[in-house]
Design a binder for this molecule. Structure first.
Ligand code: IPM
Ligand code: MG
Length: 355
């Protein structure tokens, strides 16, 4: 069986970190006798530079006919004032063209990284294992927006809108994932203010009747932001909208040590997914061989599990990451005293060797 993977390295540290993930996949291929074929394409700022388009048609077409997509990161100050569609727009278009409405962002505190955790030891010791499930193709990211002149001067607006069906399909994903975990969902909204959140909450409550074994509770987003630092061990599945999920997943990643550690899977109804680290393109550290490739490497572990159903191979990557961390190797973002500092490529090599 051959798996066709499209690689979209993107901008900033994207090319460096995707390189390391491909290295690891190549070793998985040797050890488990599986064939991965890689096709490299442009998206983001680099695609703007070459084609004036952050997501060229050819890139979308190749992604649609692939078995899965590995994405580095997009964007950077170079395109901040670009007058056309920005690099980030390419990413949003990719998610919507591939109909990837569900985004899984597991935030796990590795045993050996407790020292890098910013929380007090008595909180960190309780452990963190949260599956953030973020709705990915609706809400304010895709709602109507515009500008007009009013008596208050130039005015701009964006709209948060959710339909029953959009909430229903992401809720089902959450209930099914929760069933395989600790059977607890906290749905995060702002139902004390927003109408879209009230529909979100009502829909969740009505769907929960089909899943009597799963405990569903609700939390306002401001409180959730506080609870993630106060006691992250209380969360199992955290389900939320596109924008709240964007914000809370960055927060959840930092409490596990570093944003450089968190992978993600973006899925729809087929097995085709986009796998990417949750962090950005970090242009300030690009090209210096200091970025942490682990989030990207763990993203390909998710690809093997969710898109290809290769569980043993996926576990082999996760174990290799744990082994290397347990042996004390650290990129600068997770470095603490008495550990061994390594660069992006060394970290990738170490993980690949441990497959
Ligand atoms: C993420 C990123 C993107 C998002 C940006 C780059 C558009 O922050 O994947 O979390 O907001 O979804
Ligand atoms: Mg984000």
């Amino acid at each position: 069986m051959k798996y066709n993977i499209v690689v979209l390295p993107g901008d900033g540290i994207g090319p460096e970190i995707t390189n390391e993930a491909v290295k690891v996949l190549n070793n998985v291929s040797k050890r488990f006798n599986k064939q991965f074929d890689f096709k490299y394409l442009d998206m983001g700022g680099i695609a703007i530079d070459k084609f004036n388009d952050p997501l060229p048609k050819n890139t979308i077409g190749e992604c649609l006919s692939s078995d899965s997509v590995l994405l580095g990161a997009v964007g950077g100050p170079k395109w901040d004032n670009y007058s056309g569609e920005r690099p980030e727009k390419g990413l949003l278009k990719l998610r919507s063209s591939l109909k990837l409405f569900s985004n899984l962002r597991p935030a796990v505190l590795h045993e050996s990284l407790k020292d890098a955790c910013v929380l007090k030891p008595e909180i960190a010791n309780k452990g963190i294992d949260i599956m953030v499930i973020r709705e990915l193709t609706g809400g304010i990211y895709f709602g109507e927006r515009g500008r007009k002149n009013t008596e208050m001067g130039e005015t701009a607006w964006d709209t948060e809108a959710y339909s029953f069906e959009e909430i229903n399909r992401i809720a089902k994903v959450a209930f099914e994932i929760a069933a395989k975990r600790k059977k607890k969902i906290v749905s995060v909204d702002k139902a004390n203010v927003l109408e879209s959140s009230r529909l979100w909450r009502e829909t969740l409550i009505s769907i929960s009747k089909n899943y009597p074994d799963i405990e569903l509770s609700h939390m306002y987003v401001d409180n959730a932001a506080m609870q993630i630092v106060k006691d992250p061990s209380q969360f199992d599945v955290l389900l939320t909208s596109n924008m709240f999920g964007d914000i809370l997943s960055d927060e959840a990643s930092q409490v596990t040590g570093s944003i450089g550690m968190l992978p993600s899977a973006s899925l729809g109804v087929t097995s085709l997914g986009v796998y990417e680290p949750i962090h950005g393109s970090a242009p300030d550290i690009a090209g210096q061989n200091i970025a942490n490739p682990i989030a990207t490497i763990l993203s390909v572990a998710m690809m093997l599990k969710y898109s290809f159903d290769l569980k043993e191979e996926s576990n082999a990557i996760e174990s290799a990451v744990s082994k290397v961390l347990n042996s004390g190797y650290r990129t600068p973002d997770i470095y603490t005293e008495n550990t061994k500092k390594v660069g992006t490529a060394e970290m990738g090599n170490l993980i690949a060797e441990n497959i």
